[in-house]
Ligand binder design. Structure first.
Ligand SMILES: [Cu+2]
Length: 355
């Protein structure tokens, strides 16, 4: 009798544990979203949006870049909290620059002095800006801007290239992994050798996402999504966020015979990118986007976390060309984009190949 009671007690306990594990499982994976795209409180181990962010979804603010002198440019950005759809129907309440993640691409010229303004619209957390493209004392010019305040900084961009920018506020990993990263391109004074023969240019960024605002997962876990985005040089060009679907649903387009240039940047925060375009070879590569760092005939370009490059290649035949990181566990988690090549350079409506 005593033995039976012990067994029943044991089974009840087992059932209780199983129930707990079940209820925590789904919601711990990702914060659930309601129709308004709000990240809801998640049970289990998932960290939810901090209280002041919970009802916040700030409209994206356009980047401001204004040339004020031959070698001087004003750049104004915001730090803000904005929902980003990183997987279909899954919104991440990202910490962002200007409401995009990665943030908008900043383009300046080699030799420019940058007057930089950061408007911190986050009511709760200080943010800052660390441009990899400049020489300056971080303690002075990458300093924190307090909530609802604006900071101004000044530094020169003396080296050409494709550089990462990110928030540098502690803990840095939380700020980058929650979405505060992007690319700044410093155009070389004398251009690149092939400027005259390039038909199309794209800017592509790789980043990865983790469990929502979970510093332990950022530090010790594996990314849940590894993604690409495209940004445009033109104000009304195409800008996507780092998500698993946009560049598959709506491929990049090119025309048979086009010589294509891509400015690529891996903003991490943690992983390396093995950037590869299936069905072509990079004829010319400029590591970190500096014309001096010229390589030829590369199959895959390795981008360390923060690293950039300019890659140029030709598409010789009609068809769809997957763009991947050749670390295929990451391609599997989203890092695939499609470049569709047609006779006209317009979308011919034919199905694309997935990878
Ligand atoms: Cu920040």
């Amino acid at each position: 009798m005593k033995k039976l009671a012990v067994w029943i007690g044991f089974l009840l306990l087992l059932g209780l544990f199983a129930g707990c594990a079940q209820s925590g499982e789904d919601s711990a994976e990702k914060g659930e979203t309601d129709a308004g795209g709000k990240v809801e409180a998640a049970s289990g181990d998932a960290v939810e949006a901090i209280e002041p962010h919970q009802d916040l979804n700030q409209e994206p603010v356009p980047l401001k870049v204004e040339r004020v002198g031959e070698n001087e440019v004003n750049v104004e950005m915001t730090a803000q909290i904005t929902d980003i759809e990183i997987e279909k129907d899954y919104f991440y309440k990202a910490w962002t620059f200007n409401g995009e993640a990665p943030g908008p691409v900043v383009v300046v010229e080699e030799g420019d002095m940058i007057n930089f303004t950061l408007k911190n619209m986050d009511p709760a957390i200080p943010h800052s800006m660390d441009f990899h493209a400049v020489h300056t004392a971080p303690s002075k010019n990458f300093a924190n801007v307090e909530p609802d305040e604006t900071g101004t900084f000044r530094f020169p961009a003396t080296k050409p290239g494709v550089f990462m920018y990110h928030c540098g506020t502690s803990p840095i990993l939380s700020h980058i992994a929650n979405g505060m990263h992007g690319t700044i391109i410093v155009k070389p004074k004398d251009g690149y050798p092939n400027d005259d023969v390039i038909d199309r240019e794209f800017i592509m960024i790789q980043n990865e996402w983790y469990k929502y605002n979970d510093l332990d997962d950022f530090s010790n876990g594996e990314p849940s999504q590894v993604v690409f985005s495209v940004k445009s040089f033109d104000e009304d060009g195409r800008n996507t966020n780092g998500d698993t679907f946009s560049l598959k649903d709506e491929p990049l387009l090119a025309k048979v015979g086009d010589r294509i240039r891509m400015y690529i940047n891996n903003v991490g925060p943690n992983e390396v990118s093995s950037f590869h375009v299936v069905g072509t070879i990079f004829d010319d590569v400029y590591m970190d986007g500096n014309p001096y760092n010229h390589f030829q005939g590369l199959q895959t370009v390795m981008l360390p976390a923060s690293g950039g490059a300019v890659v140029e290649f030709t598409v010789t035949e009609e068809g769809s060309y997957p763009i991947v990181t050749h670390q295929f566990n990451h391609a599997q988690k989203g890092a695939v984009a499609i470049l569709k090549v047609t006779e006209t350079g317009e979308d011919d409506g034919k199905a694309t190949m997935s990878h």
